[in-house]
Design a protein around this ligand. Structure first.
Ligand code: LRH
Ligand code: MN
Ligand code: MN
Length: 388
């Protein structure tokens, strides 16, 4: 069994933010399967997130999506989170479901529509004021489907203008993170398709504007860990949306499709100072559980991240540095792969127990009867994505 004692405190500093929408019914555009017992409102989503935190000790905060998580009193929602041992995290804006945004939101050529999209973001910042949230996350569906459809350059200029009015409203301790995605729902061009565009846009705004990297938002074969390295180097990596994909933006459980990629990403996070209590990088999940149990899906996800983090922390850095400086290509690769191949599950079981957590969070959740109680008491759970 590997010895985790040297990295025990680092592991204890790990925090992963859960997406409220992972607890509701959501899935693909073909079919959303209904799961009995799912939350009927944002309060119940937070209760479910609290169950994940009780089992794993890894997830002290929950991200909200507006208007999916619209409530009358956000102070009350924040108090409910506190009572459940959580805090409210990132506020996600949503300009991708209103018919007015057919041709764009923050990039729209019509100033009235653009203002409507800006106002939605200002409302999100008001919610952040009420919840104590630090980050406003912006992902835009904006783009075009056909060459010549619109002036890409003018759209980029309007985006810069809109973002700066939103940025101007942020409080001193609040940040904005701009997420990119290479395609979908726009298929010819997206207005924020890649990390370069996101970086250029946020750099113009100021220190509290950063990039959000969703691991499912790149072309197949992209070296995502290189992007992580570069953004950390520039001091501009604000947050992650973790998930995994086989083909496109699949939103599957992080670490399920390509565990080695997750290892490589976390290795660059640690290398670049993005991990630990001194770091300001937010680790979020952005997943949809269509066919699997939702709370179990979240538990599996955070355990995958924790296991991979433990393996990364076990990389023999001295041996790696020696092999690198000796130009020993295969030895360096072997040191790296040795850490990746280390089975940390038993050691993490003991580490959790030593901290008063269930050694096996998944088994503890199944034994707790939490899901069974919800199936009995919650009738008519809503679909996350269209429930506002
Ligand atoms: C877009 C995205 C973005 C949205 C979420 C529901 O594909 O990754 O983060 O807010 O999905
Ligand atoms: Mn995302
Ligand atoms: Mn996505």
């Amino acid at each position: 069994m590997p010895d985790l004692s040297a990295v025990a405190e680092q592991l204890a500093s790990q925090e992963i933010e859960l997406p409220s929408w992972a607890f509701g019914n959501a899935g693909t555009r073909f079919r959303v399967f209904e799961t009995p017992g799912v939350p009927r409102d944002p309060f119940e989503k937070i209760s479910d997130a609290a169950q994940v935190h009780r089992m794993t000790g890894l997830t002290p905060s929950v991200a909200l999506h507006i208007p999916w998580d619209k409530v009358d009193d956000y102070g009350e929602l924040a108090a409910h989170a506190t009572e459940n041992g959580l805090r409210l995290g990132t506020i996600n804006s949503n300009t991708f479901q209103d018919a007015d945004y057919k041709f764009g939101s923050l990039t729209h050529s019509d100033p009235r529509i653009r203002q409507k999209a800006i106002d939605h973001h200002l409302e999100c910042i008001e919610i952040m004021d009420a919840t104590g949230s630090q980050d406003l996350k912006i992902w835009l569906a904006d783009g075009t489907n056909y060459p010549g459809q619109d002036d890409m350059r003018a759209r980029q200029d309007r985006l810069a203008e809109s973002l700066s009015s939103i940025y101007a409203r942020l409080g001193e301790s609040q940040r904005m993170v701009l997420e990119y995605k290479f395609f979908e729902p726009s298929f010819y061009h997206m207005d924020v398709p890649d990390w370069g565009t996101s970086l250029i846009q946020v750099q113009e705004l100021g220190d509290r504007a950063l990039v959000c990297l969703d691991t499912g938002h790149h072309a197949p074969g992209t070296n995502i860990e290189f992007i992580v390295m570069q953004l950390l180097r520039a001091g501009k990596l604000g947050s992650f949306d973790f998930n995994s994909r086989f083909y496109a933006d699949d939103d599957l459980i992080v670490g399920a499709a390509d565990p080695f990629q997750l290892f490589r990403i976390i290795a660059e996070v640690v290398r670049g100072g993005g991990f630990g209590s001194a770091s300001s990088v937010a680790f979020m999940l952005d997943e949809c559980h269509n066919i699997e149990n939702k709370i179990e899906g979240q538990i599996r996800s955070v355990l995958n991240v924790q296991e991979m983090t433990a393996r990364v922390l076990l990389i023999d850095q001295c041996a790696l540095a020696e092999a690198r400086s000796a130009g020993d290509v295969l030895r360096a690769n072997e040191v790296y792969m040795d850490a990746y191949a280390t089975d940390v599950r038993e050691a993490l079981f003991a580490w959790r127990e030593s901290r008063g957590l269930p050694g096996n969070p998944m088994a503890a959740h199944r034994e707790s009867g939490y899901d069974t109680r919800n199936v009995e008491t919650r009738q008519g759970g809503r679909q996350a994505s269209w429930g506002a």
